[in-house]
Design a protein around this ligand. Structure first.
Ligand code: PXL
Length: 268
């Protein structure tokens, strides 16, 4: 029996909503075989910023090698990469690999405020990794940091930013408008030719930890199945909207997106 295979290269989020944990849950929910390479362990809580443990380059490389050699992903995604040397090494490994469907989520700051990419690493991300991507999935704040300009404030601003991001070398740009105020949750997909909009209602919740990771993991899963980017984004948008609509609160600050919601909603 054969199954589409996916790899996530990202940070471990001990609290379970984001990072590797979100990715593997999403892969499982969408019926693909999930693998992981952990770049850093994030175990922050609300009172300390001490819980960040970057993994040695050898350990990251060994995990990627094991996944590539033993199984072979049909698609991969990158999430939290944190440092310049990690981004450089991962970019080299991706460039020489046979994986051609590459989702780059340019993770910078966690929902709970953890810094997940060092400031000096942004330029390395732009130069080394973005050009290898099939699709990049920045939110408005990440787009602003990458372009070094103010965050887009309307869908029209977003289209302009998507055009600029496209020039950095990815095949597709998905600019996520979840944080636009007074607007539906609109995302813009641009392939250098056509602008597409994916829209859903704005859901009033603070429990959105893991939404970005989950969205890009769902895109990766659908690309691994052989779907087009346009169709993968459509399904992933619907998956993440379900996950936010049925979000989980643990009665302590920001709760988690619900990775199982899409499956449960489908069965209703
Ligand atoms: O949601 C962004 C994110 C990504 N990766 C890791 C995280 C977080 C947020 O907390 O911990 C590892």
């Amino acid at each position: 029996m054969s199954i589409p295979r996916t790899l996530t290269i990202a940070g471990s989020a001990a609290q379970g909503s984001a990072g590797i944990q979100a990715d593997l849950k999403t892969f499982q929910e969408l019926d693909v075989y999930g693998m992981s390479a952990i770049t850093a362990i994030v175990a922050n809580n609300s009172t300390t910023e001490q819980g960040m443990f970057t993994q040695p380059l050898e350990a990251i490389e060994a995990q990627i090698y094991a996944s590539m050699e033993h199984v072979g992903p049909n698609a991969l995604k990158t999430g939290m990469l944190f440092t310049e040397p990690i981004i450089k090494r991962i970019s080299e490994l991706i460039a020489v690999s046979s994986v051609k469907k590459i989702v780059v989520d340019p993770v910078m700051i966690g929902k709970m405020g953890s810094q997940l990419l060092q400031d000096e690493a942004i330029q390395t991300l732009i130069e080394h990794l973005l050009p290898l991507a099939t699709i990049i999935t920045p939110n408005l704040q990440e787009a602003a940091r990458i372009l070094d300009e103010p965050a887009p404030r309307s869908p029209e601003d977003m289209e302009e930013a998507a055009r600029k991001l496209y020039k950095l070398g990815p095949n597709y740009v998905l600019l996520k408008g979840g944080s636009l105020t007074n607007h539906s949750a609109v995302d813009i997909l641009y392939d250098g030719d056509t602008m597409r909009r994916y829209e859903s209602e704005r859901i009033d919740t603070i429990h959105t930890s893991g939404a970005g990771c989950t969205y890009s993991a769902a895109i990766t899963a659908e690309l691994a199945k052989g779907r087009t980017v346009e169709s993968a984004v459509q399904i992933a948008k619907s998956y993440v909207t379900s996950a936010i609509r049925d979000a989980l609160s643990f009665n302590r600050g920001i709760g988690s997106t619900n990775h199982a919601a899409y499956r449960k909603n489908e069965q209703r």
